[in-house]
Ligand binder design. Structure first.
Ligand SMILES: Nc1nc2c(c(=O)[nH]1)N[C@H]1C(S)=C(S)[C@@H](COP(=O)(O)O)O[C@H]1N2
Ligand SMILES: [Mo]
Length: 208
């Protein structure tokens, strides 16, 4: 098959996908897995790594790498959508469901937003009801293998129904917050919620 053939075929599938409602407006399909990281990729040390939950919970908790891996996991296959206009279908992730963590720490009714905190200070905010969906994970495997460093090792959040900047790589803590705290890209001008099907890409007030 020659290149032109390939391009035409892809365009046709994208059109079909848009009509069927699976590919959000303004997005193109990719079969690669692009990497988007602001700043350096942290070095993972399993001896010192920890993951912490704090804020509006009955019991603040933390796990080291060994304990974290003993938490129950699920595997989901989902589509992901990056604000830079690529979407990737049928990506398979394994990790701890957020709602399991919420149960363990005794999430209080006063929790309205979940703020992910990552190595080097990256943060992102998601409404708590979005985090409670079955396919929202603290993911540490992609396609049955440990997450690659550039894709967020050892653990990232996976919030597949929102633009992919809401899926925080190099996760170190989740803050259960009564108030919203726009994160790194949200303060920089990205939309505060980021629904790809409504094309909620940017917000006019940003500092970038
Ligand atoms: N800690 C951290 N998480 C992050 C980012 C980042 O720069 N730092 N980039 C976000 C953006 S903008 C996107 S599109 C996705 C990219 O994930 P990927 O590199 O695995 O494709 O990660 C998100 N999570
Ligand atoms: Mo992104």
């Amino acid at each position: 098959m020659d290149l032109l053939d390939n391009v035409l075929r892809r365009r046709q599938t994208e059109d079909e996908m848009k009509k069927s409602g699976r590919l959000p407006p303004g997005q193109s399909l990719t079969h690669k897995f692009p990497v988007l990281t602001y700043g350096p990729i942290p070095k993972f040390d399993p001896e010192t790594w920890d993951f912490r939950v704090f804020g509006e919970v009955e019991k603040e908790m933390s796990w080291n790498w060994e304990a974290f891996q003993k938490l129950p996991t699920v595997t989901v296959t989902v589509d992901i959508h990056c604000v830079t206009r690529w979407s990737k279908f049928d990506t398979t992730w394994t990790g701890v469901p957020f709602k399991h963590i919420a149960e363990l720490v005794g999430m209080k009714d006063t929790t309205k937003h979940i703020i992910a905190h990552c190595d080097y200070g990256y943060t992102t905010n998601v409404p708590v009801e979005d985090m409670m969906r079955d396919d929202v994970l603290l993911a540490y495997m992609y396609d049955g293998k440990p997450l690659e460093p550039e894709h967020g090792a050892p653990v990232r959040t996976l919030v597949p129904h929102l633009y992919f900047w809401k899926s925080a790589k190099f996760l170190r803590a989740l803050e259960f917050s009564p108030v919203d705290k726009p994160g790194f890209w949200e303060q920089g001008g990205y939309h505060n919620y980021g629904d790809p099907f409504k094309e909620q890409r940017y917000n006019r007030r940003g500092f970038f």
